[in-house]
Design a protein around this ligand. Structure first.
Ligand code: ADP
Ligand code: TYD
Length: 202
């Protein structure tokens, strides 16, 4: 049985997810909820090991998609499902929509193939709310810290991120009831006012 709610944060690198995660967690805590903040790939000891491989080792495209879902299976079993069953609210920095966007949109794996894995790994679980932080690529790029060392995904070319963004928008059009597109070109304050309304409604 599910007592808590599941919120996911999505968007291309530099779109503003991390900036708003703590804000939403704080809103929920102020409303008396117990919040579990987590991320993908990762979220469990095994998942974090897979994350290191995924972000830094060259690998076949299908291996990459399978490892994303392997880490996700562990994450669901160890963290997400137990927390929701306790009545906690779970906020995850990325989830399955990221695989459709990056491995599907960005790397061109057919959505139909990823849908098979989605059905295998979590046939009965979808987020209650997915916040898609959406910005044009040049805005996201300009915001990324130029001094930080980039991972395997962040080193990709512009076209990869354009395709990834389109992958997200395609998923959002497919599941309009749970997706909310946040125009992330606006000020942090304007975005937080919208987030307050969205989370309040949930
Ligand atoms: P993500 O987690 O999606 O990769 P971040 O939240 O780390 O993105 O944001 C990337 C950078 O952009 C950070 O330096 C952050 O301070 C800045 N930033 C985020 N949102 C905005 C915004 N609405 N306006 C201006 N700068 C922003
Ligand atoms: P993220 O934690 O957002 O990176 P950072 O810590 O640098 O902000 O995500 C790591 C990367 O993994 C990101 O570039 C997107 C990618 N990714 C996929 O390609 N597929 C997936 O299913 C997930 C969850 C992430």
């Amino acid at each position: 049985m599910t007592l808590g709610k599941f919120i996911t944060f999505e968007g291309i690198d530099g779109a503003g997810k991390s900036t708003h995660l703590a804000f939403v967690a704080e809103l929920l805590r102020a409303a008396g909820k117990t919040v579990v903040l987590t991320r993908e790939p990762g979220g469990t000891p095994l998942g974090e090991k897979l994350r290191t491989l995924l972000l830094h080792e060259a690998m076949d495209l299908e291996t990459e998609a399978l490892l994303m879902f392997a880490a996700r299976r562990e994450h669901l079993a160890q963290v997400i499902e137990p927390a929701l069953a306790r009545g906690d609210w779970v906020i995850s920095d990325r989830f399955t929509d990221a695989t459709f966007a990056y491995q599907g949109g960005g790397r061109k794996l057919p959505f139909e193939r990823l849908e098979v894995l989605e059905q295998w790994v979590h046939p009965h679980r979808q987020p209650d709310l997915t916040l898609l932080f959406d910005v044009p690529l040049d805005v996201a790029r300009a915001r990324l810290d130029a001094t930080r060392e980039l991972d395997r995904f962040e080193r990709e070319k512009a076209v990869f991120f354009e395709d990834t963004r389109q992958g997200y928008l395609r998923r959002a059009a497919q599941f309009p009831q749970r997706f909310r597109r946040i125009d992330s070109t606006r000020s942090i304050e304007a975005i937080q006012a919208e987030l307050r309304d969205l989370v309040g409604a949930l």
